[in-house]
Design a protein around this ligand. Structure first.
Ligand code: UD1
Ligand code: CA
Length: 459
């Protein structure tokens, strides 16, 4: 059945009401561009080769984003309205079966609702079925006019509606399923006879009626599913709904979320059971979290992987890094991209890491910067220690062997190597290799001048 279904997604408009230089469908909600949500939903219904996305504004960027999905693209060079956008697909779209039309700015529609739309249409004698809903405030949407038998006679756009029509709360969602033959036959009859001089796809409903064809409505109970985004206020509202859906899902899957209304979890994030997420945490971009972890309040994890029982203290920022089971990071730590923290390691407050491998059970508990560094297992990095990995033009590596002890406030000038079990005296500037088992001491020897204070006062 689904091999007979073609899906067209309209995404060519700029979206003037967004007041943006960016095409509307590239704006993000729920951690993804609007168009990505719609394409993902479409892919649950049919194969990518039967999905066409109509592109126009910033077509190259939209195509680059969607290329991995394997969908087709149709160019609408000038955007003369939704009817004109569908017309651009006529030559490449199959003439048989059904055509499902989705708008790129309506990302909350569920695949199950679309399946119901298709099945309702396929089981009927109608030429088209469209999803409608009742809104308390229908401002901006097309209103659904009905025949005495309950079928849809026409859709009148908000701008063209008279006062009686404006009072109608049943709106057009912009999601339709057409018999392909009826769509392609009547589409070219649409005229741009409205103040905007646009070809409104919605005019096809009246044209089908005139041709003696039947159009039916499929009302959905949850108006959230068909919210269309035209401005940034609506964008924020849709984002909020996506967030709430995801947080609810992770809670039902066994994750404790404290103050869930404050937490941001992207759609593609996975979290294991019995993990606890603190208030205002943000878990972004494919982050994967194991079981029994704790992510503290206000922490931000991006593209990060946590093993089991990892503890992330509050106000910790981690990007593109991996922390193995039992690791403790934060509060107030910053992991820039490219770190691997082995099991049971501890990274404490005001520690910054970049491209650093940090061995099992090692500790850097306070005020440290390690960049381009390899730290073995069981190493202790004293407070205030830093690697000087950048010489002004190039980055250099630091290696610290298993069991080494780096005294507080050490400065390791890379490239440099500290052997297994070596000690660095506190406050050292280390520029040369310190072999295994040695003490590296690189600071001026302390002088003690007995009676100096009295002598100074006596002057
Ligand atoms: C449209 C419907 C309206 C419905 C509402 C639901 C029409 C004429 N009106 O209005 O009945 O209630 O959606 O949200 O269809 N697009 C193109 N090419 C164009 C014009 C638009 O690809 O030439 C795309 C846009 O990028 C957008 C979608 O079509 O993703 C809808 O266009 P938009 O201008 O937002 O339509 P609305 O005025 O919201
Ligand atoms: Ca819209």
């Amino acid at each position: 059945m689904e091999s007979q279904l073609t899906i067209l997604i309209l995404a060519a408009g700029l979206g003037t009401r967004m007041r943006s230089t960016r095409a509307k469908v590239l704006h993000r909600a729920g951690g993804r561009a609007l168009i990505e949500h719609v394409v993902n939903t479409a892919r649950e219904l049919t194969t990518p080769d039967r999905i066409s996305v109509v592109v126009g504004h910033q077509a190259d960027e939209v195509k680059r984003l969607l290329e991995p999905a394997g969908v087709r693209f149709v160019h609408q060079e000038e955007q003369k309205g939704t009817g004109h956008a569908v017309l651009a697909c006529r030559d490449s779209a199959p003439a048989e079966g059904h055509v499902l039309i989705l708008y790129g700015d309506c990302p909350l529609i569920a695949p199950s609702t679309l399946r119901r739309l298709y099945e309702t249409q396929a089981a009927s004698a109608a030429a088209a079925t469209l999803i409608t809903t009742e809104l308390d405030d229908p401002t901006g949407y097309g209103r659904v006019l009905t025949n005495p038998d309950g079928s849809v006679s026409a859709i009148v756009e908000h701008r063209a509606a008279d006062s009686t029509q404006l009072a109608i709360r049943q709106i057009n969602s912009g999601i339709y399923c057409f018999v392909a033959d009826a769509l392609w036959r009547h589409l070219s009859e649409i005229r741009p006879d409205n103040p905007a001089a646009e070809y409104y796809l919605t005019d096809i409903v009246a044209l089908l009626n005139e041709a003696g064809q039947h159009v039916q409505a499929l009302p959905v109970a949850d108006p959230a599913e068909v919210l269309g985004i035209n401005n940034r206020v609506e964008l924020a509202e849709v984002d909020r709904i996506f967030r709430a859906r995801k947080v609810r899902q992770v809670m039902l899957d066994g994750v404790t979320v404290e103050r869930p209304e404050t937490v941001t979890i992207d759609a593609d994030v996975h979290i294991g059971r019995d993990t606890v997420i603190g208030p205002f945490a943000q878990l972004l971009a494919g982050t994967r979290i194991g079981e029994q972890c704790r992510v503290g309040a206000c922490s931000i994890l991006t593209q990060t992987e946590l093993g089991d029982a990892v503890e992330i203290g509050p106000f910790t920022v981690v990007a593109d890094s991996r922390i193995d089971s039992g690791g403790v990071v934060g509060p107030f730590a910053r992991l820039r991209p490219g770190n691997e923290i082995a099991a049971g390691a501890r990274i404490g407050n005001f520690v910054e890491l970049k491209k650093t491998r940090f061995g099992a059970g090692s500790k850097a508990n306070h005020l440290t910067y390690l960049g381009d560094t390899e730290v073995g297992a069981g190493v202790n990095i004293g407070a205030g220690s830093i690697t000087c990995n950048y010489d002004g033009s190039r980055k250099h590596a630091t290696r610290i062997g298993d069991g080494a002890f780096v005294g507080s406030n050490s400065t390791l000038v890379a490239p440099v190597e500290v052997g297994e079990g070596a000690y660095l005296a506190a406050g050292s500037v280390i520029t040369d290799a310190v072999p295994s088992g040695a003490l590296g001491l690189g600071r001026a020897r302390q002088l003690v001048k007995e009676g100096w204070v009295d002598r100074k006062k006596g002057q």
